[in-house]
Design a binder for this molecule. Structure first.
Ligand code: CP3
Length: 345
């Protein structure tokens, strides 16, 4: 591995520069991605290994980030299981028949490695193209975030259907969540076996829950998932948004690194999580729509808060917005790589 900064940070080893990559770095903010999308749908890209490798590498080439994240989507393993599910542009995942009853859950079958052989093929092609330049991060949605799409049938603001099922039918909820825990573990295992060097678990929407509800309705299944991959040799990043009240509970479940959003100052989160874990974050991605001076001010504030301690991976607090100017991203990578912490600060 020519550039092991992200992996070193996840192991709390010192790095010559603060590592940086961006969630959703491969995607609509890049003109070269939009060009590929003129010819292929998102799901087609995921089924053609050479195209998937190309799209995964685009941000590495253009921006100089310290990691590649496999081009895929959190809904991919569920699509691979035969669920009638589409990713609609400008909307997000849409499920034809939402999961609401016991029979809907029982219709979901376990994930076999053959189901996601195409993802393994994508990983092989991407690793070959990367040629060890930077690590390749694989990922999956966490059980709660996947369940929220399955139950709502589409992106949601308040997770009404999800919470109703959770509170009213804990028996169905438990079956759904443990099933998803096993599916996600199998999916992450397949990616690790195909050669990704790190994994990220996106529990993007878990911040919609109170701490008590997280502990009761989510933690046992996310724990199942972490237990299911405990033997894998790759480091894991555990990410969510709006998780200020959940940080310790998420840490207790697992993750070599914890991904946070911008709603909490980085050093406050790190203190609470504990210095024995790496931390990833936490620029508000919409700051990147502002002028460079603001991007610089906000990014320096984050770097100062991390204080140059080993274990900080600079990232946005949630995915890059499609309207982001790639030049801002490139400049930001240069800023992070050029940053020198003030000694004794
Ligand atoms: O660069 C990368 O980060 C890798 C690719 C990636 C995609 N989706 C491709 C994609 C990753 C890591 C994801 C994860 C994902 N997908 C999450 C977790 C991260 C997060 O944002 O919280 C979630 C919740 C999804 C579900 C999803 N897929 C949404 C909400 C959307 C946006 C819909 C829209 O059009 O606004 C998608 C579509 C999607 N996934 C796009 C990309 C590049 C954009 C649409 C396109 O190119 O057609």
């Amino acid at each position: 591995m020519q550039n092991p900064r992200v992996l070193n940070a996840l192991h709390l080893r010192p790095t010559d520069r603060t590592p940086v990559w961006f969630m959703r770095q491969a995607g609509r903010s890049l003109p070269e991605y939009r060009k590929v999308r003129e010819r292929h749908s998102l799901l087609e890209i995921c089924r053609i290994p050479e195209v998937c490798a190309e799209v995964t590498l685009q941000p590495v080439r253009r921006l100089g980030v310290d990691a590649a994240i496999l081009f895929a989507d959190i809904m991919l393993p569920l699509i691979a299981l035969g669920l009638d599910l589409d990713i609609v542009e400008g909307v997000g995942p849409v499920v034809a028949r939402p999961v609401r009853e016991a029979n809907d859950v029982r219709a979901l079958r376990p994930l076999e490695p053959e189901d996601v052989q195409f993802v393994a093929d994508d990983i092989h092609a991407t690793l070959e193209t990367l040629a060890g330049a930077v690590p390749l991060i694989g990922f999956s949605g966490a059980p709660f975030t996947l369940a929220s799409y399955l139950v709502e049938g589409k992106p949601s603001r308040d997770f009404l259907m999800t919470k109703r099922l959770m509170y009213a039918r804990p028996d169905i909820w438990e079956e759904l969540m443990s099933h998803l825990g096993r599916i996600v573990a199998a999916y992450l295992r397949a990616q690790a076996e195909a050669g990704v060097q790190a994994l990220q678990i996106f529990d993007s929407w878990v911040g919609a829950l109170s701490l008590d509800d997280y502990l009761r309705y989510v933690q046992p299944y996310t724990r199942m998932l972490f237990d299911g991959i405990a033997d894998l040799a790759v480091p894991v990043i555990h990410f969510g948004t709006g998780t200020s009240s959940l940080l310790e509970a998420m840490r207790d479940v697992g993750g070599d690194g914890i991904g946070i959003d911008w709603r909490i100052p980085l050093e406050v989160a790190w203190q609470r999580i504990g210095r024995d874990r790496a931390i990833q974050g936490n620029l508000d991605p919409l700051v990147l729509l502002g002028p460079w001076e603001v991007v610089e001010r906000e990014s320096r504030a984050i770097l100062d808060r991390a204080g140059g301690r080993p274990g900080h991976i600079f990232n946005v607090g949630h995915g890059i917005h499609p309207q982001t100017d790639p030049d801002q991203l490139q400049r930001l990578v240069e800023l992070v790589h050029g940053y020198e912490p003030v000694k004794g600060a």
